[in-house]
Design a protein around this ligand. Structure first.
Ligand code: SF4
Length: 83
């Protein structure tokens, strides 16, 4: 599931219009943290950072693209075993 979310964030960054920072920069930062998860080198601080980023991006992005990016990571972090 982490791979799917990582690819989705890649897609979001490609079509992001760059009008707001949560989507434009926040999704990139979430991807960096997900890379650490995929590499098996995440710690509690990293997990906490990912949760905060996902919540913030999910609520503060200007349109549904950024909101969906944040909420998909937030939902997956709550419900997926391996994220
Ligand atoms: S959330 Fe919407 S408005 Fe903000 S950068 Fe992404 S595409 Fe643009």
């Amino acid at each position: 599931m982490t791979d799917v979310i990582f690819s989705f964030l890649d897609f979001v960054q490609k079509i992001s219009c760059a009008q707001c920072i949560p989507c434009r920069i926040g999704t990139k930062r979430m991807q960096e943290v997900l890379s650490e998860i995929l590499a098996g080198s995440i710690d509690e601080d990293g997990e906490r950072l990912l949760r905060l980023l996902a919540e913030d991006i999910g609520y503060s992005s200007k349109c549904d693209l950024g909101r969906l990016a944040g909420k998909s990571v937030d939902t997956c972090q709550e419900n997926c075993v391996s994220l």
